[in-house]
Design a binder for this molecule. Sequence first.
Ligand code: ATP
Ligand code: LTN
Length: 338
Amino acid sequence: MKEALRYYFSMKPRVLSGIQPTGNLHIGNYLGALKNWVRLQHDYECVFCIVDLHAITVYQDPAELRAKIDQTAALFLAAGIDPAISSIVVQSTVPAHAELCWLLTCVTPLGWLERMTQFKDKAAKQESVGDGLLQYPVLMAADILLYQARVVPVGEDQTQHLELTRDIAQRFNSLYGETFVMPETKLPAVGARIMGLDDPTKKMSKSETGAYHAVGLLDPPDLIRRKIMRATTDSLPGVDFDNLGPGVQNLLTIFQAFTGWTDEQVRSHFAGMRYGELKKTVAEAVVAGLEPIQQRYREITSEPGYLKRVLRESAERVAPIANSTVRLVKERMGIYTD
Ligand code: ATP
Ligand code: LTN
């Protein structure tokens, strides 16, 4: 396996992405990010991070955070990330993430960070805003640039952070000489922005607490059905493709992303269908799509020591790449490296 990995490290362009271990992973995280990761891992050398240092930019209950780190890692595996060819890394176990973040902070103008819409949204919800929340996108840039990642598969909400990453990389390169590869954003063709079931004008999100907002990846089938049957639609009787409300559009997107049907297949199957029938069909597609993931999750979490081993081996595998980037950046900046 070591030989195979050497091949992957030397021949293929790199992909990096991450998910925060906060709340319960939902079908938006799966369709927007994870599902794309699984597909990409055969063509790229992939590093997928559980970004615990990002999670603490808003207060997390310590015991809950610790449990969610394991749960998120197990879900990466359950969704189909293969640890023989991809690395699954808990961000805080590779200290170079935090180290590069500081070095990049020093080349990032404050105004760039204050303009970030996610910062403005999250700051508006807090009584007191920690410095970490402002620095959040610099840490994200560090995650990506640390591995010289060429491609970053994310959902649509992360495009502004990716633009900032490129701006930081460009600024560094022009101040200190060519150092960083310019990363590209990769959105999924369908499912880049799944909306909340209870309010289809808002993005489905882990931090939203409404009981009928999101379908969790570990929700039992009956709960999935109940949530989808209660999804907000509109007052039309059935699906009208010339007049699709956001709730119906969202359900069709979820269906299409899970099944891989073409636009034409979706249109001809659902045109005129009553909403009750539409919801039943979507619910069954989601239940069927999540069933194998839930099955693998149970297997992974019942194997003692497996997860810990995957996380340790991944961290050991990527640390030399991360450390050599930090060393290069320090040399470029004139920092002591001897
Ligand atoms: P939080 O509410 O805690 O910010 P989140 O649900 O937005 O969490 P993240 O950990 O921030 O989830 O995102 C992980 C990945 O999932 C990112 O690539 C993000 O773009 C993607 N993602 C999150 N929500 C959605 C969504 N509703 N539709 C598509 N992709 C999504
Ligand atoms: N901010 C991202 C999570 C994240 C990330 C990354 C995504 C942290 N570091 C690096 C891609 C690449 C989010 O989804 N909220």
